[in-house]
Design a protein around this ligand. Structure first.
Ligand SMILES: NC(=O)c1ccc[n+]([C@@H]2O[C@H](COP(=O)([O-])OP(=O)(O)OC[C@H]3O[C@@H](n4cnc5c(N)ncnc54)[C@H](OP(=O)(O)O)[C@@H]3O)[C@@H](O)[C@H]2O)c1
Length: 332
């Protein structure tokens, strides 16, 4: 039986395209001690993979040409060489973009399909849900009645961050890239207001009228002009969980700035960058909380699912044009 893999074929300049990826055929390997052979069921595509395509030092090594790309996935154990997992178990963890990857037991966690659909364990109950949870709760530290603005609000992290802020009793305003997304945030997820940044005549003015009491927490997924607008509206002691900067990921050269730090200064605000892996020792706490809210129906988990192993690259590229609502997942 064959095992298709997706390798990194070319460093993109600007927006990545299909020439950056290549599907190669290989054979299925046998698991060594402490390893399992998996059949991949769902793959998560994530914006941070764009950062790995650049040859530079970061918190995770850059991809090398010819390397098999990896991200979170959900899979079924086909053959086990460890006591931790048996054939037929459903697991999640970091795995290669392969139909039949071999993964070390230490990288995997068993999942219970009774809690949520399998793929939700790489979305609202996985890394992106955890990112929203710790970003809002630990760095945002929300208080009832405060105003929370989320950029990238209709994406995987954004939808969960906004819903948690609602659970905490905040007024929540989302910023997203289409009317359909903005409407979904308000009607389906209970956001108090949402702005389509692509059609807004003046994003600052729209944000100002949506936040009559100013902004106490600005959860930043995107950076750029949206963040510039938000920073002019922050209140005293505002908190800014700096989660992502996707509007800059495809820029060949970094822009100068930031230039609006004066607002951070005069408001005695706190901007804190964070990486979800820094919270690894608290993942169980986060997953328990998210699963509880999910079971109670207080958190919905919107997902955009495309089918087919060969469509992983297109699903990834679509993150930069906003083709997803909620978590972008590929069903293999
Ligand atoms: N710190 C961490 O540990 C951590 C962990 C996970 C994710 N992140 C970051 O969090 C952010 C969201 O990640 P995600 O996984 O939830 O992805 P996502 O939001 O589901 O997908 C990306 C979304 O970004 C928006 N976008 C793309 N280009 C944009 C631009 N130029 N300006 C504004 N919005 C743009 C698109 O929505 P629109 O239609 O609204 O444009 C797109 O749907 C990313 O920046 C990611 O790098 C950080």
């Amino acid at each position: 039986m064959k095992n298709n893999k997706i390798i990194f074929a070319k460093r993109p300049v600007g927006m990545p395209d299909n020439s950056c990826f290549e599907i190669i055929e290989d054979k299925i390997e046998k698991p060594n001690d402490g390893e399992v052979l998996l059949k991949t069921l769902y793959i998560s595509v994530d914006p941070y993979i764009r950062g790995r395509m650049v040859e530079r030092k970061s918190y995770i090594p850059p991809l090398q040409i010819g390397e098999v790309i990896a991200s979170s996935g959900v899979a079924e154990v086909v053959e086990s060489n460890t006591k931790l997992f048996k054939k037929g178990d459903y697991v999640t963890g970091r795995m290669n973009w392969e139909e039949y990857p071999i993964v070390n037991e230490k990288e995997l966690r068993q999942i219970d399909p009774a809690i949520a659909p399998l793929q939700t364990h790489i979305g609202a109950l996985g890394m992106t849900g955890l990112t929203a949870y710790f970003g809002i709760m630990d760095i945002g530290n929300p208080k009832p009645g405060e105003t929370v603005v989320i950029s990238g609000a209709a994406g995987a992290v954004g939808v969960v961050a906004g819903q948690i802020a609602k659970i905490m009793g905040c007024r929540v305003v989302g910023i997203a890239g289409s009317d359909e997304k903005a409407e979904y945030l308000v009607k389906e997820l209970g956001f108090d207001a949402a702005i389509n940044y692509k059609t807004a005549k003046d994003i600052r003015e729209e944000l100002k009228s949506a936040c009559p009491d100013g902004i106490d927490i600005y959860f930043d997924n995107v950076g750029g002009a949206i963040t510039d607008a938000a920073l002019t509206l922050i209140n005293d002691n505002a908190r800014i969980p700096l989660c992502g900067q996707i509007s800059h990921y495809n820029e060949p050269e970094p822009q100068s700035g930031p230039r609006l730090l004066g607002n951070v200064l005069i408001r005695a605000a706190t901007i804190k960058g964070f990486l979800i892996l820094q919270y690894a020792s608290r993942f169980n706490e986060g997953i328990e909380k998210l699963a509880k809210w999910y079971k109670e129906g207080r958190i919905k988990a919107p997902e955009t699912i495309v089918e087919g192993f060969e469509n992983i690259p297109n699903a990834f590229i679509g993150l930069f044009t906003g083709s997803n609502l909620g978590k972008q997942i590929v069903k293999i």
